[in-house]
Design a protein around this ligand. Structure first.
Ligand code: PLP
Length: 425
């Protein structure tokens, strides 16, 4: 096998697909007694072959050796690096042909480290809305305590909306980070990543400092959307969702160029958001099937979203593939995504009606989170977005009648039968 340096791995002239590479890339059985699957390396620290090697490994792991931050050096200490994390990082990077990847103890650790690595006091973070509640709280309430200002983008789908927001943010301070969550959670509205990248370039020329464009790719990635290929600098994941995919672990990840990733990799061990070997081993196992799981669940989701549009009492259904033909949303979906994902939300008019439907469901489980093999549903206003005021929620289009649904890999007919009896009750 050969690797041309851009994560395109070939067998002779034949380029291998990510589906194949998920089963073995980044791990050599010869190094572990021939074990087909990687062992879980349950150790906190690693022996150095010599004192001088220890010095060099430390320089590389802490980011002091310029240009040598990835897995170029040896293993040091599990808060800096360990083999199970390196395997996940190598494999995750394949999905977006990224130069570098880093895994974290949670999606929030990945997002917080990204923001803190690229912003300093006085800087501004510009972000799309709605945003996952935890990210929203971090940007609106926590980072301002460290002098990092928040500014929101009213309309991240259009060039005019993005340009206006970038200008407003620049008026507040140095625009250091543009953060898009696309599709958004829970309304699945899409932001235009390529246009945001152009705006970041324009801003860079005006400010003399190009802001980093980071995209939360949790809802579509790694299968249906590749932010790095659309011009983003960083693609951020809650790996807890589709990549982990079984609702049994918490993890996060970031992909990007070596340059954009270097400050994150250096900060991760200092903030301590590093991930443990066992969770990484589970991620490696999950990544073997992520393509199969997401494709099947997305087929189910498309069937269910369509069915919901035919139900009496459903005021609106939010799902990327249902964007009105000819609309900006439909245009972004066509150019940016290769599938609809599996998350949708729909409005049944009132909290009482939403709670009644949620309480009657038998197969779909009432829980927050998404992207697992099983279908999960929740009431965003009183759970994941309960940190926002009613006024703030209404401003971003989340009313009390809204239900969020993450569709799993059950049989679509069974899910529809379950929803049908819940609606009818
Ligand atoms: C879009 C999105 N980003 C980030 C997060 C945070 O991820 P984690 O729970 O793994 O910290 C979530 C969690 O629900 C999410 O939905």
């Amino acid at each position: 096998m050969s690797n041309d340096g851009y994560r395109r791995i070939a067998l002779g002239n034949h380029l291998l697909h990510t589906e194949t590479l998920m089963l073995g890339y980044g791990y050599d059985p010869k190094l572990s007694e021939g074990s087909v699957k990687p062992p879980v390396f349950l150790t906190s620290t690693f022996t150095f072959p010599s004192a001088d090697a220890g010095r060099e490994f430390f320089d590389i792991a802490t980011g002091r050796a310029a240009g040598k931050i990835d897995s170029a050096g040896g293993l040091v200490y599990a808060r800096y690096n360990h083999p199970n994390a390196q395997i996940v990082e190598e494999r995750l990077a394949l999905f977006e042909h990224a130069e570098s990847g880093a895994v974290f103890a949670s999606g929030m650790a990945a997002i917080a480290t990204t923001a803190m690595a690229h912003c300093r006091p006085g800087d501004v973070i510009l972000f799309s809305q709605p945003l996952y509640g935890g990210t929203d709280a971090l940007f609106h309430h926590v980072l301002p305590q460290f002098g990092i200002k928040a500014h929101t983008i009213a309309d991240p789908a259009s060039a005019e909306g993005l340009r206006a927001a970038v200008r407003e943010a620049e008026a507040k301070g140095r625009l250091a980070l543009i953060f898009l969550e696309t599709p958004s959670n829970p309304l699945t509205t899409l932001s235009d990543i390529a246009v945001a990248a152009e705006m970041a370039d324009e801003s860079g020329k005006r400010q003399g400092h190009r802001p980093i464009l980071a995209v939360d790719n949790t809802l579509m990635g790694p299968l249906f959307q590749k932010p790095l290929q659309c011009g983003a600098d960083l693609s951020v994941y809650s790996l807890t969702k589709y990549v982990g995919g079984h609702s049994d672990l918490i993890a996060g990840g970031v992909l990007g160029s070596r340059k954009a990733m270097a400050p994150l990799r250096a900060l991760r061990p200092l903030l301590g958001g590093s991930i443990d070997p066992h969770t990484c081993w589970m991620l490696t196992r999950s990544m073997e099937t992520v393509g199969l799981r997401m494709s099947r669940a997305a087929e189910n989701a498309a069937t269910i979203a369509q069915w919901l549009t035919t139900r009496d009492g459903v005021k609106s259904v939010h799902f990327p593939a249902l964007a009105k033909p000819g609309s900006i949303q439909a245009r972004i979906y066509a150019k940016q995504c290769t599938g609809p994902g599996t998350l949708m939300s729909f409005d049944v008019g009132s909290r009482a009606r939403a709670f009644a439907i949620l309480d009657r469901l038998k197969i779909v489980k009432l829980a927050v989170s998404l992207g697992g093999t099983e279908s999960l549903t929740c009431h965003p206003s009183t759970t994941v977005l309960s940190g926002l005021s009613e006024e703030e929620r209404l401003a971003i289009g989340v009313g009390q009648g809204l239900i969020r649904l993450s569709v799993g890999i059950e049989h679509a007919d069974d899910l529809i039968a379950d929803l049908d009896q819940a609606f009818a009750g």
